[in-house]
Design a protein around this ligand. Structure first.
Ligand code: P6P
Length: 335
């Protein structure tokens, strides 16, 4: 049987489709692949690595407890790009300000990278899947100058690539450069990512809804009505929709992407704009979801059309199978 193609081979194949490509995007994706392998090793070893698990004792810019692995994953990615010249700056959940990469080379890159280095990290100590989320944009300021905030505060529609690496029962890298979504599974014995999920399409409906029902009483009525509608089949023919919620966005989104379903992080009295960050959580997943034929809204309109005003701003998120998101919209008479 012919072997599956590797992520590296796939990236090169994709590059040949852009005759003028200079290979920078290929190099950038390869750097993320390498970072993912190193982070995967730290995550999979968990408690075996003395002192790697648990909280760091510090808080991130959001005032949330930083896990030691959050900081480790963040450093792994930043260090990977400090050695290269494709990216002129990085914005991270773990850094209050953008990280401007030195002009170590004759020029700095034409791309900026936005990351949640280890989303769901509070789950690590209990061995629940976690993930790295990334978004890539072309800079909007002149090449050669230092990256500035304006390079990062771009609408999600401007993403040139986005994806995630999920560290779960297996480790996968799922990404899109705007021509569909493909998934690659890491073979631990060889350290190679192989194409296992070509051209992923999200089912137009699915068997799961994913939301933290413990906060149901805090949600706006539209969200409460939709969640209740998932529990009451409209008729005998309607299959029941089950609840699945891991508390790890990447894991909950990955399930919806492959099986069909909907994930909701609503606004609430605690989080008037939801808890998830627009730039490095909502936008990259919304890009992937739309590329796979799904829908992603902020409760009002398309996530990708939002004009960011702050690096760490939050946004409500309703994302997944198109028919389920449209059912949510009908609860407010939108569709
Ligand atoms: P809650 C993890 O902190 C995260 O950002 C997402 O990965 C996850 O979906 C969400 O928060 C969980 O938040 O309020 O349900 O615990």
């Amino acid at each position: 049987m012919k072997r599956k193609i590797t992520l590296g081979e796939f990236i090169i194949q994709q590059q040949t489709e852009y005759p003028h490509a200079r290979g920078e995007m290929s190099q950038l994706l390869s750097a993320l692949m390498v970072s993912g392998k190193i982070i995967n090793k730290a995550v999979q070893h968990g408690g075996l690595n003395e002192g790697v698990l648990g909280a760091s004792g510090d808080e991130n810019v959001q005032g949330e407890t930083q896990q030691k692995l959050d900081i480790l994953a963040n450093n792994i990615i930043i260090e990977a790009f400090e050695q290269r010249q494709e990216v002129c700056g990085i914005a991270s959940e773990e850094n209050e300000q953008v990280v401007v990469l030195e002009k170590k080379y004759k020029e700095v890159g034409k791309y900026v990278l936005l990351i949640d280095p280890l989303d769901g990290s509070s789950n690590i100590d209990v061995t629940v899947s976690v993930g790295t989320i990334f978004a890539i944009y072309r800079r909007v300021t002149p090449e050669g100058s230092e990256a500035i905030l304006k390079d990062f505060l771009q609408p999600g529609l401007k993403q040139v690539a986005a994806g995630y690496i999920i560290y779960g029962s297996s480790t996968m890298m799922v990404y899109s450069t705007g021509n569909g979504v493909n998934g690659f599974t890491l073979d631990p014995s060889s350290g190679v990512f192989f194409l296992t999920h070509p051209n992923i399409r999200i089912p137009e409906t699915g068997p799961y809804y994913s939301v933290n029902e413990g906060k149901m009483h805090l949600f706006p009525k539209q969200y409460q009505d939709y969640i209740e509608s998932c529990k009451v089949p409209k008729s005998e023919k309607d299959s029941l929709v089950d609840c699945r919620y891991t508390g790890s966005l990447v894991a909950d989104f990955h399930r919806s992407l492959l099986k069909g379903g909907i994930y909701l992080y609503p606004p609430s009295t605690f989080h008037p704009n939801g808890k998830l960050r627009l730039l490095y959580e909502c936008n990259p997943l919304a890009f992937l979801c739309e590329q796979a034929g799904g829908k992603a809204i902020n409760g009002e309109g398309r996530v990708l059309e939002m004009q960011p005003t702050d690096l760490h701003q939050r946004a409500p998120l309703v994302i997944g199978s198109t028919k389920m998101v449209e059912q949510f919209e009908r609860m407010r008479g939108v569709v």
